[in-house]
Structures are given as C-alpha cells and as structure tokens.
Design a protein around this ligand. Structure first.
Ligand SMILES: Nc1nc2c(c(=O)[nH]1)N[C@H]1C(S)=C(S)[C@@H](COP(=O)(O)OP(=O)(O)OC[C@H]3O[C@@H](n4cnc5c(N)ncnc54)[C@H](O)[C@@H]3O)O[C@H]1N2
Ligand code: MOO
Length: 429
C-alpha cells in the first residue's frame, strides 16, 4: 500500500524529479526540422569560412601595386580583361594594369590583391576593349574578405546541448549538416481518469463534464517540445486503468495521468502504482494548487499523477513535468524563467502553503507587473486562458497586497506585453 506522507517542500519535490536520469537518446533529423531541438554532438569546423579569398563588393579586382601612381589629376587606367560572378573562378593570372570586373562573393582572381568599389571607378570602351580608371591608389588587401576570416578550420563551433536557433541552423548548413544529430524528443503519454469525463466531441449529460485536462496537458507537452501520445479517458475501473497504464508504458518515456490521486473511494492511482511495481517519489507537496501531485518511477520511466482539478493539473505539469521533459531533450536550462515583478492587485487569501497563482505578467512603464488572472480555485479553467506566468506567493502569510515584490515564473515569452523596446520603429526612424 502506498502511504500518504507528509507534504514535501516544492523545491525538494522538483529536485527528486530532476535526480531521475533518462538514458540519452539521439536521432538524426533533416536540417529543416532541427530548429528548436538540442544538438547531440559537438560541431567543429572542417574547413575555413570563407573557404577562399573573395570580394565583399561589386567592382574591379586589381593588383594594388598598379594603382600607386593614381591621383585625381592623373588617373590610372586598367585594361578590363574579364569578369567574374559569385560561384565562378577566373582561371588566368592577372597582369600589369589589368583589372577583372568582379561581383560580391566572387573569388579573387590570381595575381589580384585589392578590390576597387564600382562607385570609385570610371569605365569606358575603346576599340571593342573595356577599360576603367581610378583617381587614387589602394593598399594591398583593400576590400578582400580573407579565407578563414569568419571561422577557422578546426575551431569548435557548437557544443553538445546547444539549442538550435536559426543562427545555428545557418552554421549547420554552412558545414553541410543535411541531417543533424539531436536529442530525441521525449515521448509523453497522457491518460485521463474519471467516470464523469466526456470527450470534447460528446454532448453534455447530467453530472458529467468534458475532459479538458488531457487536451490541456497535451498542449503543455507540445509547448515543452515533446511528442504526445494520447491513450484516452477511462472510467474509474481499477483493472481497466491498470491495463491501459501497462500498455502505455510500453510506448512512452513519461506517462501522465490526470485525476484519481487524492483520497476518494475511486482515487485509484496509488493502487495502480502498486500493481505495476512503481516506486513513489512523493505524493503530497506543500503547495496550492497541485498539492496532490504524485510522481513515481519504474524501469527508467517516470509517471506523473496530476490532479483532476484543471488549475492544479496545469501547475503540477509546469513545475514538475516540464523541467524533466526539457532536460531529457537536451535543454541545459529546463526550468521556467524566474523574474521579479510587482503584484498588480491584492491577493487576500490566506496562504498556509506556497501558492502558484496563475497570472498575467506584462511590462508597464518598464516595470514587470504580475496580475492574478481571475477565479483562483484549483478547479478553475477560466484563469488559465490569460496565464503567461505563475505568481509565487510564499506560504505562511494572510495575503498579499498590490505593489508587493513577488517572484514570477514565466510560462511563455511575454508576447503582446509592453516591452520597453516595442517602440523600435519610432526610435530608429
Ligand atoms: N478528503 C479530501 N478530499 C480532497 C483532498 C483531500 O486532501 N482530502 N484534496 C483535494 C485537492 S487539493 C484536490 S486538487 C483534488 C484532487 O483530486 P484528484 O486529483 O483525485 O482528482 P479527481 O477527484 O479525479 O477530480 C477532481 C476534480 O477535477 C475534475 N476532473 C477530473 N478529471 C478531469 C479532466 N480530465 N478534465 C477536467 N476536469 C477533470 C473532477 O470532475 C473533479 O471535479 O481532490 C480534493 N479532494
Ligand atoms: O492542492 Mo489541490 O491539488 O488544491 O489543487
């Protein structure tokens, strides 16, 4: 029998989950699908970038020494012996007072050591031959992008665990990574339990409710970057639940159930864990909502028993499931980002345990403000809509007042909030 223990502190509960080590799993994905993933191998430069000396401008490639006598009274004229675009090679050696018309990105022809920008030249045709003249001299090396000036062969460019943003995608493309080694996405299964549950497609009946949690959790799993497997909703029938949990565990890294974790007659989760031989890490946390959050492990897999109450379920996922999912996928910063904010309205409920109030965080005159987002019961669905942050109100208080400093855990980028640099158009006009 799994005993209900004393609640453990939130931080200790998070630590117990994070001590669980998933076996590292690596896969190769096409470059186009690598964005948002984490690199599973170090990347070193197998060549210089650029790989050849090239022109950064459209103009003429010359030998700098030939320009030394040029001045505004006495221009020097060059015979234009050819032209070269990006992607081509100019095969001949360039000689005395010869120039090659060159485009941005084209390799510097043999013999040349400077590029004169088109704007600084006058060109003309004489006897079917092209010429150009310049009115000043240029030093060797003028306007040459040197081989290796960006990246040198052998440099370690990206470490294992690097988050793949668009810049990393560019670098991987530069070095020919058609397929990219990344940490495999965590596969997270979802099961909803409760005889009262109907799926969203079903008509409401007396005493029944729609299963919102499974869909909410699946969206949270996707927001955490993992792969979802939905095993459906099941009524409060112990044997049936055990069977579906066993089946699900053959296909997932992590299994999340919602409902049936407290002390009701049909709260079967402890019995399910016992039946499958799972070892419970904790089954009560000193927090609201989500105090009933239960986590167990078994054969390299984690099981999360989240509350049936929607807000409690939501918070339980973000605090305990999200970080380990992110870490298993290679993230080095798996936890929610913490910021200081000013409480935007009074929160007068007594706080025996630390509360994680669903709220909206936004910038107002450069100050981060956190506003509780409405109906605060752990059964609430409505307050989740606007929530982009969890406002942390430490336990042991009789309430909090507007203007107090609080920690907030950000659930999303603060899109739509009034960033101080939102006026970018105005400031850079
Ligand atoms: N005597 C006690 N009763 C309760 C305690 C307690 O300590 N002693 N804890 C309360 C707390 S705190 C919470 S939170 C809930 C947790 O209950 P369960 O996680 O066991 O969940 P259920 O009882 O199955 O359901 C709770 C509530 O949520 C609704 N629900 C369930 N599944 C879904 C779903 N998929 N989508 C939407 N809503 C769902 C369900 O109908 C119930 O209304 O227990 C307290 N009780
Ligand atoms: O702690 Mo329950 O888990 O209030 O929401």
């Amino acid at each position: 029998m799994v005993e209900r223990r004393e609640p453990i502190a939130v931080g200790d509960a998070v630590q117990r989950v994070m001590e669980f080590a998933f076996q590292e799993k690596i896969e190769f994905v096409p470059l186009l699908q690598a964005h948002g993933r984490f690199l599973a191998e170090e990347v070193a430069a197998d060549d210089d970038v650029p790989a050849f000396n090239r022109s950064p401008y459209d103009g003429y490639a010359i030998r700098a020494i030939d320009s030394q006598e040029a001045n505004s009274e006495d221009p020097v004229t060059f015979h234009v012996v050819g032209e070269i675009g990006a992607g081509f090679l100019f095969e001949k050696e360039v000689g005395f007072r010869q120039a090659v018309r060159i485009m941005t990105g084209a390799p510097i022809p043999k013999g040349c050591d400077a590029v004169v920008m088109l704007e600084l030249t006058n060109s003309f045709e004489e006897n079917n031959q092209m010429y150009m003249s310049i009115k000043r001299s240029f030093q060797a090396g003028t306007n040459i992008s040197y081989k290796g000036e960006d990246i040198q062969k052998g440099e370690i460019l990206l470490n294992k665990g690097q988050y793949i943003n668009p810049g990393v995608v560019a670098l991987l493309a530069t070095f020919g990574y058609d397929q990219v080694p990344v940490f495999r996405k965590t596969i997270v299964g979802v099961i909803a339990t409760g005889s009262e549950l109907l799926e969203p497609s079903e008509s409401l009946q007396p005493g029944k409710i729609r299963n919102s949690n499974a869909y909410m959790i699946m969206a949270q799993i996707e927001r955490a970057g993992a792969t979802v497997k939905y095993f459906g909703k099941f009524s409060d029938n112990l044997n049936q639940c055990i069977e579906v949990v066993k089946k699900a565990l053959q296909e997932v890294d992590i299994l999340i159930t919602t409902g049936g974790v407290s002390v009701g007659d049909y709260d079967y989760l402890p019995a399910i864990y016992e039946a499958i031989g799972a070892n419970v890490l904790f089954n009560k946390v000193a927090m609201r909502p989500g105090s009933v959050t239960t986590v167990a492990q078994r054969d390299g897999q984690l099981l999360f028993g989240l509350s049936g109450n929607p807000s409690a379920c939501y918070v339980g996922f973000e605090l305990f499931a999200r970080p380990i999912i992110r870490e298993a996928q290679g993230s080095k910063q798996p936890h929610l980002r913490k910021e200081r904010a000013v409480l935007g309205s009074d929160f007068k409920k007594a706080n025996p345990f630390t509360r994680f109030v669903r709220g909206k965080a936004f910038y107002q005159n450069g100050q981060l403000v956190a506003l509780p987002s409405g109906f605060d019961k752990s059964s609430a669905v409505s307050s989740l809509v606007e929530a982009n942050a969890l406002i942390v109100l430490p336990g042991g208080s009789r309430g909090y007042e507007t203007g107090m400093q609080v920690d907030v855990l950000l659930l999303e980028d603060l899109q739509g909030s009034e960033w101080p640099w939102n006026n970018i158009v105005k400031s850079y006009r």
